[in-house]
Design a protein around this ligand. Structure first.
Ligand SMILES: [Zn+2]
Length: 127
């Protein structure tokens, strides 16, 4: 007797309302937090933008520290520049994951939802 694999999706129908944008989507587009693909992408992009802001600030602070404390010579200037670029890149990646993790942990309802009437004129006007 073959047992059917149980999935968390079994609790829901074929269509699920996304908790972020409140749009009804196919269940295959949802993850376990009931975020649709577009909302995950939106959250990811927002986290990336914020992450780069943190990364650049971190690199600028590191540059100031190098300039004041380390007092680099011209000899290895390329090495210092590479260090700052790496600091910005790594800082941005780490901050992105932290921001995305916070977003996922908070899991705020309807954060991406557009109030009726304020969105683009697409959709039915009968509601
Ligand atoms: Zn959504």
């Amino acid at each position: 007797m073959a047992e059917r694999k149980v999935s968390w999706r079994d609790r829901f129908g074929d269509e699920i309302t996304c908790v972020r944008c409140l749009e009804i989507k196919d269940s295959t587009h949802m993850d376990r937090l009931l975020w649709c693909r577009e909302c995950r992408r939106t959250a990811r992009l927002r986290a990336t933008r914020r992450g780069w802001a943190v990364g650049v600030v971190f690199a600028a602070a590191l540059a100031a520290w190098i300039w004041v404390v380390v007092k680099p010579s011209d000899l290895v200037l390329g090495g210092w520049v590479a260090t700052l670029v790496a600091a910005a890149w790594i800082g941005a990646r780490v901050a992105r994951e932290v921001f995305f993790g916070i977003d996922r942990f908070q899991n705020r309802r309807a954060a991406e939802a557009v109030p009726p009437g304020s969105g683009p004129p697409a959709g039915d006007a009968s509601r």
